[in-house]
Design a protein around this ligand. Structure first.
Ligand SMILES: Cc1cc2nc3c(=O)[nH]c(=O)nc-3n(C[C@H](O)[C@H](O)[C@H](O)COP(=O)(O)OP(=O)(O)OC[C@H]3O[C@@H](n4cnc5c(N)ncnc54)[C@H](O)[C@@H]3O)c2cc1C
Ligand code: FES
Length: 258
């Protein structure tokens, strides 16, 4: 889909837990196809201190209602302002940006791994993969029970596995300790988004099983369209901008020591 710069109208902004908000935005013009893993760059309204746009993975799209949703975790000034948005307020956004995940084939067995707010692109990915007819498994990790959100919604799309660092919900430990990832369970593809150390560990396990693995990087960005070069990552074919040539990379192409 061609990139669009436009004002979107807030249709809901739901607080999901202590620091996560689900923001649904309506577009006046018909939305084109958005690929799971692509992101939207949002200008924070009324916030001169956060003049650079903030990137968010597309969490969900409803083409009938012409809305897209993003999951916002409040970490600083920009995300705090977005958490306060009210219905009918307008935000300027550029989308869809980046490349997106490779979609699975029908009947392929896939594992989606999301850590923290890295679960965001996994909702739209799970939805589309289920529609294709893939066998969808979803591993969600967070620090504690209070940090887990949207488990019921994910459960409608596939088999869900949970970890918490403190053992307050699901299997105790990191996602990388969960048997569904560690036992070679015949996945055709693994998709992952979360903190870098987690993605590297998931990539290493997938590699040891000979399983294709794609990761969505969340490097800090400024322009979001390949001009400022602040988001580059090292790959086997040189430095690449995460905003234009990612955020999704096959781990085989990254210069990760795994
Ligand atoms: C491709 C992409 C997709 C993303 N998707 C989501 C998403 O779906 N939901 C979501 O909540 N966040 C997502 N992020 C991260 C989000 O963009 C940042 O959290 C946000 O820009 C922070 O803005 P702020 O003004 O609130 O914080 P700032 O005041 O700018 O920073 C506050 C703190 O957050 C850290 N931070 C800032 N940017 C990032 C980043 N990119 N990654 C990690 N830490 C960061 C800063 O180092 C600082 O410690 C994504 C980032 C990228 C690059
Ligand atoms: S954010 Fe500017 S080049 Fe990627």
């Amino acid at each position: 889909m061609k990139k669009t710069v436009c004002d979107l109208t807030v249709t809901s902004n739901i607080q999901l837990n202590h620091d996560n908000y689900l923001l649904r935005l309506h577009a006046d013009k018909k939305l084109g196809k958005i690929i799971p893993g692509q992101f939207v760059n949002i200008l924070v309204p009324g916030s001169p201190g956060t003049f650079l746009r903030r990137p968010f993975s597309v969490f969900d799209v409803n083409y009938d209602e012409n809305t897209l949703s993003v999951l916002v975790k409040t970490v600083g000034g920009g995300t705090h302002k977005l958490s306060l948005l009210e219905i009918n307020q307008r935000v300027n956004a550029i989308f869809p940006l980046g490349n997106g995940f490779s979609l699975p084939q029908k009947q392929e067995k896939i594992l989606l791994v999301g850590g923290g707010v890295g679960i965001a692109p996994m909702m739209i990915m799970a939805k589309e993969s289920k529609e294709i007819g893939a066998d969808v498994h979803i591993l969600l990790g967070a620090q504690s029970r209070r940090d887990h959100i949207l488990i019921d919604q994910f459960s409608e799309l596939g088999s869900v596995y949970i970890t918490t660092d403190d053992g307050s919900l699901g299997t105790k430990g990191f996602v990388t300790h969960h048997p569904v990832l560690n036992n070679n369970e015949g996945f055709n593809r693994v998709y992952c988004c979360g903190p870098d150390p987690m993605m590297k560990a998931v990539a290493k396990i997938s590699k040891s099983h000979g399983t294709e693995c794609e990761v969505s990087l969340e490097n800090t960005m400024a322009c979001g369209f390949g001009v400022c070069l602040c988001c580059v990552t090292k790959t086997k074919s040189g430095n690449k901008c995460v905003c234009t040539e990612g955020p999704v990379f096959n781990v085989k192409d990254l210069s990760w020591q795994i």
